[in-house]
Design a protein around this ligand. Structure first.
Ligand code: SF4
Length: 409
């Protein structure tokens, strides 16, 4: 069997993506010398007002994912524990908090922030994490509170969150001592929506059989829609990526040669084991064609109106995947199972990410009952390898794939 990573290496967008991310981090690291401001922002936070004010957004979670990929997670998490943080704390938080102190990680520390923007639509952990960092750097912190929408978006929630968007803008005006640029905001809003639609298009290409890319590629290509959402750079990049995937489909190139089985992944990637996991599933001619994680950055497009971006943004950022009820999450998973026509569901029970992992047993039951496909649960952690046993996971994947092979015949 040919090496699947060889085909992956042929994706010309991969090099471009690395170059863009390098340029982005150089820009952020040299912001102080260029009279620019940096804001740290949570991955699910509304970034568009920052771009409208020419503030460079930096995502500690993206940085922590790089730590995980670089296999630096154990060392940095251990250092955080030596500072007194519990092993139960999310490994993104542990790795980044210690990074600030020891200036470690792949970049020798994150770009220094001038302010912090924390939105709790992903979890409650970020509230304390950002408080700690605001004290450490002695910079202002803005918290955007988005109540969980178990069943829907009520008028009370709409009013409450929308009012905070105005407070967010007022906060930026005070910190930057400049008036908010509504004209630029409208442009950024349009670019943000366009970028999200293109990202959705990229992910949709994997509905094709065989799939031109896998969830492992999506984990890699995700970084730009997270960090540069709302810019022309992201729109141009994803336009080219869609073209590249369409070319691969036309030329019959599949990311897993001889693809026979299609799987859906749940929860964050196990960053330090991507290569091994990708190879392991490929051995079984199985392709992870989609995942619930990367689709979160285009999952609320339906709520966005580019002509009233600020108003609709409040709803879109409140109703993201991690801020809705388990039944709604399960509905989204069932839709994906159907759309991508998958044969099995792989759930990463992630020790770090409680909001992602707590409802998984319920979702598993719903999927088994309604979709009737096998489900595999893997216990791990996205950054801290001390919570991953390769031999155990390997045994489980092998057994799971046997069931899928028997089911499919
Ligand atoms: S607990 Fe989950 S959502 Fe929160 S910061 Fe950690 S990984 Fe992200």
């Amino acid at each position: 069997m040919s090496d699947p990573s060889a085909q992956k290496a042929k994706m010309k967008s991969a090099k471009k993506m690395r170059d863009l991310m390098t340029a982005y981090y150089i820009d952020a690291l040299s912001a102080g010398q260029n009279n620019k401001r940096v804001a740290w922002i949570t991955s699910g936070g509304p970034v568009e007002p920052l771009l409208a004010m020419d503030i460079i957004p930096v995502y500690p979670e993206n940085h922590a994912a790089m730590i995980g990929s670089a296999k630096m997670g154990e060392d940095l998490c251990t250092k955080a524990e030596e500072m007194g943080y519990s092993t139960d704390l999310c490994s993104y938080a542990r790795a980044d908090i210690s990074c600030s102190v020891v200036k470690g990680g792949p970049l020798g520390g994150l770009p220094k922030p001038d302010m912090l923007i924390c939105c709790n639509n992903i979890c409650g952990t970020v509230l304390k994490w950002y408080e700690v960092q605001a004290r450490f750097y002695n910079v202002p912190l803005f918290i955007l509170d988005t109540p969980i929408c178990h069943t829907g978006y009520t008028p009370e929630i709409a009013k409450y969150v929308r009012a905070q968007i105005d407070e967010y803008i007022a906060f930026l005006e005070v910190v930057t001592k400049r008036k908010f640029n509504h004209e630029k905001m409208a442009t950024v809003g349009k670019l943000s929506l366009e970028g999200q639609k293109l990202w959705q298009k990229v992910l949709n290409t994997t509905a094709h059989k065989p799939s031109p890319m896998s969830a492992f590629d999506a984990f890699f290509f995700l970084a730009l829609i997270v960090t540069l959402r709302g810019t022309q750079i992201a729109v141009d990049f994803y336009t080219e990526l869609v073209q590249e995937m369409e070319e691969r489909i036309q030329n019959g190139i599949s990311v897993v040669p001889g693809e026979r089985y299609r799987l859906l992944w749940d929860n964050l990637p196990i960053w330090y084991q991507l290569k091994w996991l990708s190879g392991k599933f490929s051995e079984h001619n199985a392709c992870l064609v989609a995942d619930t994680y990367t689709s979160a950055w285009c999952g609320t497009i339906k709520y966005i109106d580019e002509n009233r971006f600020l108003d609709s943004m409040a709803e879109a950022y409140t109703r993201i995947y991690l801020n809705i009820g388990v039944d709604q999450m399960a509905d989204q998973v069932l839709e994906m199972i159907k759309f991508y026509d998958v044969d099995g569901f792989v759930m990463h029970s992630n020790r770090s990410c409680k909001p992602y992992s707590f409802g998984q047993l319920d979702i598993m039951g719903i999927v088994q009952e309604k979709a009737g496909i096998p489900v595999l649960m893997i216990e791990a952690d996205m950054v801290d390898p001390r919570n991953f046993s390769q031999s155990q996971v390997e045994t489980r994947i092998d057994a799971f794939m046997e069931i899928i092979k028997q089911n499919k015949g």
